[in-house]
Ligand binder design. Structure first.
Ligand SMILES: [Zn+2]
Length: 405
């Protein structure tokens, strides 16, 4: 679904962002087609294209012959016309990418998330990493539009509210802190929602109704309906931890059985493996240690170790069940599995989670549901965060408009 423009002058900026997003998604598109798709007059589109060309964001791409025989002026995106930085904060590891307007990653860095109490060490590490990137790429400074931050929730307005996996964090005004320390405009989004934004950004308009199941230190979901990322009433959509992946599973403190929060989260897989002597024990709050141990467990499973396979396969079946329930509730046609632990889990999960059993899928007579892995690998959260800055340029929320004037 594509948003329609308006010919009223006060929404001129919004129209400009719509046109820019269409050019980006189509690779090459004519002025006539832009007018048809946005509902804007030919004159308005011409004016917008002239402004975008002058700003160095799009460029003429020759002329193409239309069915009528008329010659149409084509436009394409200037990939290096604009850049954004994406930061993904997982309790185990942080990833930073530099994204250009065409969605290509030009730089990336990965660093261990500081494990001290409270956010100060993390803030310092982020500021150092952003400063290092900016120094290496001083050539793009005038075209750097902002920093997108993808963080574990819950979030409230511009603050992170005591994420369960970040020790000593109370209410942290992450957006304001990072804006004042980096000097960049900052967009803050929950990790699962950023992951969905990243998938939408790279899909080029081919995906409209899908969910991303985010597999990190925690497990959550991001949802896209009708081509729009859904955020919920407080921007915290996607808490799926208390959905059951195993009706016969252990009792959860919430009263349910086999909730994925207590059966599929990495800490539980690693603890179970350690209990069976497959791995040395790891303290549950050592997030990096858990991530490393999970990768070892998955490597054992990939090598055919039956005990390791049983643990990882059981979690994959649980996630497959959640995928089916999300598809049923929201009538989705695609479920994407991603997040920081996806590269480790992918081999077993891709063998076990799809296809969804017909007995679980209520719409199976109407359409299929594809369950597949992300193409963004472990950088998905950071690419999503960076694309948030770019895509916030096409958000209807005026406070998120970051396009330089
Ligand atoms: Zn529960």
């Amino acid at each position: 679904m594509e948003r329609r423009g308006s010919n009223l002058p006060r929404v001129g900026d919004y129209n400009q962002l719509l046109v820019l997003d269409l050019v980006r998604r189509h690779g090459s598109i004519s002025r006539v087609e832009l007018s048809e798709r946005t509902g804007l007059s030919g004159q308005t589109v011409s004016n917008i294209c002239r402004r975008l060309v002058a700003a160095g964001l799009i460029e003429p791409a020759g002329r193409a012959e239309a069915d009528t025989g008329a010659r149409r002026t084509m436009f394409r995106i200037v990939a290096r016309g604009q850049f954004s930085i994406g930061l993904h904060i997982d309790p185990a590891r942080m990833t930073l990418v530099l994204l250009n307007l065409a969605g290509e990653v030009e730089e990336r860095a990965s660093l261990v998330t500081p494990s001290g109490d409270g956010p100060e060490d993390l803030l310092r590490a982020v500021v150092d990493a952003v400063a290092g990137l900016a120094a290496r790429r001083s050539d793009i400074a005038p075209r750097l539009v902002g920093l997108g931050v993808s963080t574990p929730g819950p979030i409230l307005a511009d603050a992170v509210i005591g994420p369960p996996n970040l020790r000593g964090w109370g209410v942290v005004r992450l957006r304001a802190e990072l804006e004042s320390r980096t000097g960049l405009p900052v967009v803050l989004e929950k990790d699962t929602i950023a992951a969905a934004t990243g998938e939408l950004w790279v899909s080029g308009g081919s995906l409209n109704d899908f969910a991303v199941i985010y597999l990190g230190t925690g497990i959550g979901a991001g949802i896209v309906l009708g081509g729009e990322v859904v955020r919920g009433s407080s921007d915290n959509l996607g808490e799926i931890g208390h959905l059951s992946g195993d009706p016969d599973g252990p009792r959860c403190p919430c009263g349910g059985r086999g909730c994925i929060a207590i059966t599929c989260a990495p800490v539980h897989l690693v603890t179970e493996a350690a209990g069976q002597g497959l791995l040395p024990p790891v303290p549950p709050d050592d997030h990096l240690g858990i991530e490393t141990a999970l990768a070892r467990l998955c490597a054992l499973a990939d090598d055919g170790d039956p005990a390791a396979l049983a643990i990882v396969e059981k979690s994959a079946r649980g996630i497959g069940r959640i995928a089916a329930n999300l598809a049923n509730v929201l009538d989705l046609d695609t479920i994407i599995l991603g997040g920081p632990n996806w590269p480790a889990l992918s081999r077993t999960y891709l063998r076990v989670a799809p296809p969804i059993p017909a007995s679980l899928l209520t719409v199976s007579d109407v359409h299929t549901v594809e369950v597949r892995g992300t193409t963004l690998n472990e950088d998905g959260g950071a690419i999503g965060a960076a694309s948030l800055v770019m895509s916030s340029m096409v958000s209807a929320r005026s406070e998120r408009l970051l396009l330089p004037r």
